[in-house]
Design a protein around this ligand. Sequence first.
Ligand code: 15L
Length: 279
Amino acid sequence: MKRVLLTGAGGDVGQRITPLLKAIYPDLVLSDMKPLPNTHGLPFRQAELSDLPSVKAAVADIDGIIHLGGYSIEGPWETILNANIVGCYNLFESARLAGVKRIIFASSNHAAGFYLREETIPAEAPPLPDSRYGVSKAFGEALGALYAMKHGIGVTSLRIGNVGEVPLDVRRLSIMLHPEDLVQLIRIGLEHPDIVNEVFYGISGNTRAWYDNTRAEKFGYRPKHDAETQLKHAEAEQKKLSPDTVADAYQGGGFCSIEYTADMATIMDKLDRTMDFSG
Ligand code: 15L
């Protein structure tokens, strides 16, 4: 994999992993909608994801794409539609036209945020989005599957938890993803010869993981970090937060309680009868 394009390079995750990726892929190309304060000495291609011609120009001569670009939290429908749905389509379609071989799609834990914290879900768990943002990530996973099966692009969707070196609260003890472990997952997606269309959980080797990441392990993923080593920090940060019945019940946390109007007790009664991943 020679020329790799990183979209959303100006975001928090993009900035954290650029130096790590540069050491592995010297021909790395960065892209974002706005000029970057720090390009780490790498070429930069400015592109607006909702504008097909500018995305086509960004992916020219590229072998593999790490697609972090888009809107990274819950937002108004118009914002999600343009950045994450139209934008994701433009990215995959431009990649097909340019002959790109591999794509890493930054999906999110919020594509499946309405699973209960008591559940352990495998990569095969169907999406259960907790937000318009989560729906857009489920859309991206489905689009990736289409381009993998119909056009032969090797696609890896990473249901990313929370990227950082410390768990920001108790919820993040389950979903933290250390940047070094993220880079390991990206390398598998870009380089493993057997990738067709995969969904992996983007988490470190967390003691309290809510995810069964066997699928990623089969492809050689061996995370080096575990959020549990910083338990005290997570607990101290948690004490600063107010309890939230909905957020605290579900894996997606606060994204679940935004605009929530359901009767959670009634839903919980029925869920007990319908969700079982134990088999
Ligand atoms: C995400 O998908 C977001 O991009 C990030 O900002 C965090 O909110 C993260 O999920 C999380 O769930 O902690």
